[in-house]
Design a protein around this ligand. Structure first.
Ligand SMILES: Nc1ncnc2c1ncn2[C@@H]1O[C@H](COP(=O)(O)OP(=O)(O)OP(=O)(O)O)[C@@H](O)[C@H]1O
Length: 246
């Protein structure tokens, strides 16, 4: 499978603060890869490098084989906070990337289908404050999808959601991932979430972050929550817990 993102010995500091130390990550096309690690270790910083919000680092980053400095494409990025515009309707919020790019290639019917797939049907005219936290996260995710990029960087998209609704969103994201064939990098603090969703999990150390382990999660697709009670799931969970407690 084609490698889409490659970080080679990426090292990053903010003045005197060393944040990333020789990080190596390789992401294959159509894979779902989670990054897990202690708070403040540098996970979001990796995303900021990949979005070119910050290009001061040493090492190499390649996207689709191009040095990131020369790569003209974009990645879809969903930051930790949903950042929906409070004065715009849900429809206007989710279609914002199309409005900005004056992109008419996505038909009204396709948008309607996506709104249904993302569980937002009937709320097109509502404003963000009229939606539950889970719905706002889904709207923010749909907006990220409508950026039309193959690579999606999702920074703790379900971080502020209670565990019951979180499981619903995880199952729903699995469905969307299986249908849309994106390549997803996903930051989470939730070990169960990382195992349930991912093909691979990178476990990072405390700051300055190094890659302590890369685990292949070998469950077939489609996946569902039945996995959570299997022996294999427990094995992966225990392995990650052991690494984090070293
Ligand atoms: N622009 C910046 N200037 C200075 N320091 C920064 C900047 N951005 C991040 N940092 C620092 O870099 C470190 C890593 O931050 P980062 O947000 O990448 O961590 P994280 O692993 O995503 O954290 P969390 O899990 O809590 O979201 C933190 O100590 C943070 O304070």
């Amino acid at each position: 499978m084609q490698t889409i993102i490659k970080l080679s010995d990426v090292t990053k500091s903010f003045e005197a603060l060393d944040v990333l130390d020789k990080i190596n990550i390789e992401i294959k096309k159509n894979s779902f890869v989670s990054i897990i690690g202690p708070s403040g270790c540098g996970k979001s910083t990796i995303f900021k490098l990949l979005t070119k919000l910050n290009l001061e680092y040493s090492g190499d980053i390649h996207i689709y084989g191009h040095r990131i400095q020369d790569y003209e494409g974009k990645v879809g990025y969903m930051p930790q906070k949903d950042l929906l515009l409070p004065w715009k309707s849900i429809y206007a919020n989710v279609t914002l990337p199309l409005t900005i790019k004056r992109d008419h290639s996505v038909s009204e019917d396709e948008i309607d289908n996506l709104i249904e797939l993302f569980g937002l049907k009937g709320f097109e005219k509502s404003f963000p404050h009229q939606l539950s936290g889970g719905m706002r996260q889904r709207a923010a995710l749909l907006r990220t999808m409508l950026m039309g990029e193959e690579i999606l960087l999702l920074d703790e998209p379900f971080g502020a959601i209670d565990s019951i609704n979180r499981l619903k969103l995880q199952k729903w994201l699995l469905k969307v991932f299986e249908k849309t064939h994106k390549t997803i990098m996903f930051i989470t603090h939730d070990i169960d979430e990382a195992i349930l969703l991912s093909n691979q999990v990178y476990v990072l150390s405390d700051r300055p972050a190094t890659v302590v382990e890369k685990l292949d999660i070998e469950f077939s697709q489609p996946r569902d929550e039945q996995l959570l009670t299997t022996e294999n799931f427990n094995y992966y969970k225990q392995t990650i817990l052991n690494i984090l407690n070293r």
